[in-house]
Design a protein around this ligand. Sequence first.
Ligand code: PEP
Ligand code: MG
Length: 532
Amino acid sequence: MPPRSDLAGRPAAPGLAIGPVVRLAKSMAARRSSGDPMQETEDLLAAIEAAIADLATLTETAGEDGAGILEFQVAMLEDEALREPALAVIAAGAAADAAWRQAVEIQIAEYETAGEEYFQARTADLTDLRDRVLGHLAGMGDEAPPPSGAVLVAEDLTPSRFLATDWTGGGAIALAASSPTSHVAMLARSRRVPMVVGLGAAILDGGTEAIVDGSAGTVWLDPPAAAKDEFRRRRAAMEAVERAAEATVRQPAVTRGGVPIAVLINLADPAELGRIDPAICDGVGLVRTEFLFHGGGLPDEARQVAAYSRIVAWAQGRPVTIRTLDAGGDKPIPGLTVDGESNPFLGTRGIRLSLARPGPFRIQLRALARAAVHGPLKIMIPMVTVPAEMAAAGRMLDDAVAELTAAGIPARRPPLGMMVEVPAAALAIDRFVADFLSIGSNDLTQYVTAAARDTGAVADLADPGNPAVLRLIAEVAAAGARQGIEVSLCGDMAGDPAFVPALLRAGLRSLSMAPAAVARTKAAIAAADLGA
Ligand code: PEP
Ligand code: MG
């Protein structure tokens, strides 16, 4: 068969990669969560047993030092304190992989905030055994887990499947469907995994090797030697540009005319923290807590306090904006979100869900107020539509702080801000009372253009550069200036150099983006000329 020329899709995460093609069956791409807690429990316990067996084999050849480390890992895997919380989350309806990830990451957060070097040094072991068990879970069924460095090809991919994959050796994603604003695309950008979406059915058959150009949105199946040479040249050039940008990534962002711009990062997964130097940013502009508690209800208050405190400690005095749970829409949480809505993006999502289910919301507010004692934490409310929602959230936060104080538990009332991502809020922003604003351009774009963010067929319409979206952004920036409150933007366009000039011209002076986008965005800011 002659070599296939490029398949064109949509760029979803920049970068260039070459690797062996691994096609994921539908069940694999979406990890075959059976939906049956008994089956998921069985799968998790089998994966833990398989991980223990691996470690036992490794111990035989590991030498004395190595054996000590592996024995510690085996002891952790056998410890009820790790598996019990995971099993409880499965019982509440979560998938085995999501439940395991959540349980281990909470433990990692506890170790990291323990303040004792011994525990802090053990977090790498926990990460290792987390991934080992996830690897076994991913490999269950009829397919082996993809090798590191593979190009994953599928119809679509879920965030949990992405998180269960080992990306340390490179690799890329090429999908027949999906959209650049899906949550898995966000994860790919933050982990620097090149990704192309909307390639159509042609990507699903044939091909053993592929070049993925996540910046151009193309995939070359079975590339000829000339294409591989060209790939190597382009990758070397791209790496040189990245190195140049990385050299200045720790310097503050300023425009060509000397206007300082705050550059913050978005966090979707606490596992990212270990790989990021806080000196590259002016703080955290968005923590997506639904990813932090991936897929299986909310952990209890103490665990949330540990998770939030860990981010505050990591930021070393820089501001950290934590968004309350934005479940619903394309981010269902079994047992919490409302099933069967005909249009979940227009349904019980974000603050609507939090006010409808005040129990978990109250626990989250208490945990945030407790973690705020450790540094400049701010709380942000998602999907606000009317001023009454902000007022209700503010009252619940006041009550939470009062309760904690009365019980003698250290707490502080953090500033309370709102995401501006619903057109009704953007158009009437002066009616709202908030300590700060952050524009969620991903949702604002989908609601203004009436084009779902996860539907490839309308992805061209869901364009954040649409003049209607840019006009609303400028109006919100102006309203913030009038009210003397900070306005940031934390949607994906903040980290896209093509949009940076327009956002600065719209009046924004604070942008929050995926960590991987910081270097290139600072470079785009340095090149931006705002005129006199
Ligand atoms: C947004 O909508 O722009 C946003 C930042 O939130 P999310 O993408 O998590 O909905
Ligand atoms: Mg949003």
